[in-house]
Design a protein around this ligand. Structure first.
Ligand code: B4P
Length: 190
């Protein structure tokens, strides 16, 4: 059973590639972004707090996200391998994930980073903003804040997984299918 972390800046293609991987390998897709948007849609207490944070381009507090992930994993019936999409996003979340996996007697196989430069990311997110219902995809300042947040708090996670010899990366510029093939190769070689 392989558990994979998809990593990269906002708009790099994590959600897009995660869906293709789920279709091909029957992984379970665990997207903290989707989970938070679901909380917002249902106007839960978490959702009401998360909306403001997400719309400002900041990160939802570690303990809130980690607890959501812990419960989701604990309640999985057939854990056939998980694609983590957008989690962890801070070192504290990565430590928490280690704890959760340890409790479940599971292990992260690898982190796959999707490399895309800022100009392309902004273009992609604004494009998605025209059709998606996501308020955080429409405002250029929010998008820039998300990129800053990524650079300040998330990018460092590459080192965390490099130290564990679990870090791989692919060029995220090109067709969705070409990038998908590169990711599949890494997964099948592992
Ligand atoms: P997410 O939902 O994770 O949003 P995201 O970073 O934009 O990535 P997403 O997966 O949606 O986009 P993708 O790259 O696939 O997070 C939203 C917010 O929730 C965060 O800002 C934060 O506030 C909060 N949050 C989530 N997780 C958290 C955590 N762990 N801790 C704290 N807070 C958390 O795709 C982008 C677009 O590019 C798509 O339109 C796609 O079609 C297009 N695209 C993809 N690949 C392409 C390619 N190769 N070429 C051209 N376009 C492509």
């Amino acid at each position: 059973m392989k558990h994979i972390l998809l990593f990269g800046p906002p708009g790099a293609g994590k959600g897009t590639q995660a869906q293709l991987l789920v279709d091909k390998y029957k992984f379970i897709h665990l997207s903290t972004g989707d989970m938070l948007r679901d909380e917002i849609k249902r106007s839960t207490e978490i959702g009401l707090k998360a909306k403001k944070i997400i719309d400002s381009g900041q990160l939802v507090p570690d303990e809130v996200v980690a607890e959501m992930v812990r419960l989701r994993i604990k309640n999985m019936k057939d854990n056939t391998g998980i694609i983590f999409d957008g989690f962890p996003r801070t070192v504290a979340q990565a430590c928490k994930l280690d704890e959760i996996m340890n409790d479940e007697k599971q292990e992260i196989a690898m982190m796959i980073a999707i490399d895309v430069h800022d100009e392309e990311i902004i273009k992609r997110i604004l494009e998605r903003g025209k059709i998606s219902q996501r308020s955080d995809d429409r405002d250029i300042n929010t998008i820039k804040n998300r990129i800053d947040t990524y650079n300040q708090q998330t990018a460092i996670l590459a080192d965390y997984y490099k130290q564990q010899k679990k870090f791989k990366s692919v060029d995220g510029i090109g067709s969705i299918e070409d990038i998908f093939q590169k990711i599949c190769k890494l997964i099948e070689e592992a």
